[in-house]
Design a protein around this ligand. Structure first.
Ligand code: DMJ
Length: 622
């Protein structure tokens, strides 16, 4: 209507103007100028006028929502500045430089051109490794992380061909998923159809969302485009069935956020926020500790796994939401996401810990621990991972997370870390004070975690933690080396004469898990000891030999048997994590460097939130 008024306002004006009195002309001119102001204002304030507004402002400045002050209670980092402003600054810094140099091209375009962050060309092919070199902050402050190795090493023919091999594996896994299971959650590579896991209820497309960033990083452009198209047209959160809050957060929210940060594509951001909003009612418990499961169709209903210690929530589940929810607040400008995870931390801090240890079970109703089972493997693992990563992701401002991490680590070392008769260091499990001398494949992520946290360790413990990291890595490698397939079992023991081998049939399987190669990747980056790349390559060869089948990759039922007994599932985390970590292991240090990026527990890279983001806004505005 306003537009009609504006466009019609000039009709016949000239012919009539001469015949009216001076005072009337004056009134009419005032009316005219008011009308022009209204029209101009409308261009700026109507919701559908964003393009025009951009045109007038000659800028890609995102819309600002003034929520200053509303960050209270979400921790010092978010309270200090509007999260929206921080997110805005982040995106601006992510794109700045590229816009200056090349116009508003996406990172994908950069990959196509083989242009790296520093303006160098990627040698030989159009791999995107270098396209996300160093990440967003490099683009804003222009400094590159110090390279710890001679540059020549990264162009070494073997390393390049290993990287290429991993990329080929990803393409093979993806192509088969696309051909036989498109739109379902995972591929059954022997049956050649889709696999529905109970973790996602009616939610579909787990492999697609989990793979987005891997495809992007590897420069698989056509595949990434297809995946994006599916997300745009088919990713639907209005579904029936119960979903796991943890799994949906680490795979879907994490995957979408990461795709957004790597590409700047608003579609991924909108989808991540939409899903995040839907998960919020799961936190409506008497303590704020969320339920394990939520029904997307009835947002207010949550419950816990029937097997979990009298209806408890699980440490590794409710304690592994922090990175994603803090980033949801970053990108949405809405502090409520971060508030939810800070409330969890508050409950944990208040509780008495047996021997300083965190039991795996906690009642969301009473706020009391359930069974005193402690594990750095399944049920506990990524809680510890997210403490140190929260510290790193906050640009080392989240002192509370740091303190919690090192205190927990000390208790773990005192109570759980042991040496086997042959001298292998392992992390046992603790059941009400009694040690269970087993280590799960899942616990093997801890080598990388220890290395990542070593630098900031208190009281000269840095060297010690690096040594411990190396020892754990050796143990996990031994669990692979001691099997016929050179792949590691689900759990291995250090009692009854066993030394890093599984003794029970139901511990002998391998389901394409990433934790061991994840640790190799981190250890390589922190030490540049070539054995980690060698061990990674051993894993690639074993995967090829024992897990590759006609139509994808499958887990195996017994790592000690050379006869293939495949489980017929190509897990989505194989594409999200295992192959990504292997690819990064054989890439330059600057690809997703730890200075700028933190991997969520599903290997989705999330950027470090700079402490000086506010200053960056000011700088960028100049
Ligand atoms: C992944 O979904 C994540 O790494 C999670 O933290 C643990 N389990 C799987 C992979 O093994």
């Amino acid at each position: 209507m306003i537009r009609k008024l504006c466009s019609g306002s000039g009709l016949g004006l000239g012919s009539r103007f001469g015949s009216i009195r001076l005072s009337q002309r004056f009134v009419f001119l005032i009316f005219l100028s008011a009308l022009v102001t209204v029209c101009f204002g409308a261009i700026f304030f109507l919701p559908d006028s964003l393009r025009l507004r951009r045109f007038f402002l000659l800028s890609t400045e995102p819309q600002r929502t003034d929520i200053a002050g509303s960050g209270q209670g979400v921790g010092p980092r978010l309270a200090a500045a509007s999260p929206h402003r921080q997110a805005e600054a982040h995106i601006r810094s992510l794109w700045r430089g590229k816009e200056d140099r090349l116009g508003k091209e996406s990172l994908l375009d950069l990959i196509r051109q083989g242009v790296t962050e520093g303006g160098r060309r990627v040698t030989g092919d159009s791999e995107s490794g270098a396209a996300v070199n160093g990440g967003p902050v490099e683009a804003s402050n222009g400094h590159h992380p110090p390279s710890l190795e001679p540059r020549a090493q990264s162009t070494d023919q073997d390393v390049r061909s290993h990287r290429e091999k991993v990329k080929e594996m990803m393409k093979f896994a993806w192509d088969n998923y696309r051909r036989y299971a498109w739109g379902t959650n995972e591929l059954k590579p022997l049956s050649k159809n889709g696999h529905a896991s109970g973790l996602f209820g009616g939610l579909l497309g787990a492999t697609i969302v989990d793979s987005l960033d891997t495809l992007f990083i590897m420069g698989l452009q056509e595949e990434f485009r297809e995946a994006r198209e599916w997300v745009e047209n088919n990713l639907d959160f209005n579904v029936n069935g119960e979903v796991s809050l943890f799994e949906v957060t680490i795979r879907f929210v994490g995957g979408l956020l990461s795709a957004y940060y790597l590409t700047g594509d608003e579609l991924f951001k909108a989808k991540a926020i939409e899903l995040g909003e839907k998960l919020l009612p799961d936190f409506n418990t008497p303590t704020g500790i969320p339920w394990a499961l939520i029904k997307p169709s009835q947002w207010l209903v949550g419950r816990n796994w029937g097997w979990a210690s009298g209806g408890s929530s699980i440490l590794a589940e409710f304690g592994t939401l922090h990175l994603e929810f803090v980033h949801l607040s970053e990108v949405s400008g809405n502090p409520k996401f971060a508030e939810k995870v800070m409330a969890i931390r508050k409950v944990l801090n208040r509780l008495e810990k047996p021997h300083g240890l965190y039991p795996n079970y906690l009642s969301p109703v009473t706020g009391h621990w359930g069974q005193h089972h402690v594990s750095i493997g399944g049920l506990g693992d990524s809680f510890y991972e997210y403490l140190i990563k929260a510290w790193l992701m906050s640009d080392k401002t989240d002192e509370e997370a740091k303190t919690m991490y090192y205190e927990a680590l000390q208790a773990i070392e005192t109570n759980l870390v042991r040496k086997s008769a042959s001298g292998l260091t392992y992390i046992a499990e603790w059941r009400g004070g009694i040690l269970d001398h087993k280590m799960g494949h899942l616990a093997c992520f801890s080598g990388g975690m220890l290395a990542m946290g070593a630098d900031d360790a208190p009281a000269d413990q840095s060297k010690h933690y690096m040594e411990l990291a190396a020892e754990i890595t050796v143990t996990c490698h031994e669990s692979y080396k001691r099997s016929a397939t050179k792949l590691g079992p689900e759990a291995f023991r250090f009692d009854g004469g066993a030394d890093a081998v599984a003794t029970r049939m139901n511990d002998k399987y391998y389901i394409l898990r990433p934790e061991v190669v994840e640790t190799y990747m981190h250890m390589w980056r922190f030490t540049h000891d070539p054995r980690y790349r060698e061990w990674g390559w051993e894993a690639v060869q074993a995967l090829e030999q024992h897990c590759r089948v006609d139509a994808g990759f499958s887990g195996i039922r017994d790592v000690y048997s050379n006869l293939p007994h495949h489980d017929d599932v190509q897990q989505s985390f194989f594409l999200a994590e295992t192959l990504k970590y292997l690819y990064v292991l054989f890439s330059e240090d600057e690809l997703l460097s730890p200075e700028h990026w933190v991997f969520n527990t599903e290997a989705h890279p999330l950027p470090v939130i700079r402490r000086n983001t506010q200053e960056q806004v000011i700088t960028n505005d100049q």
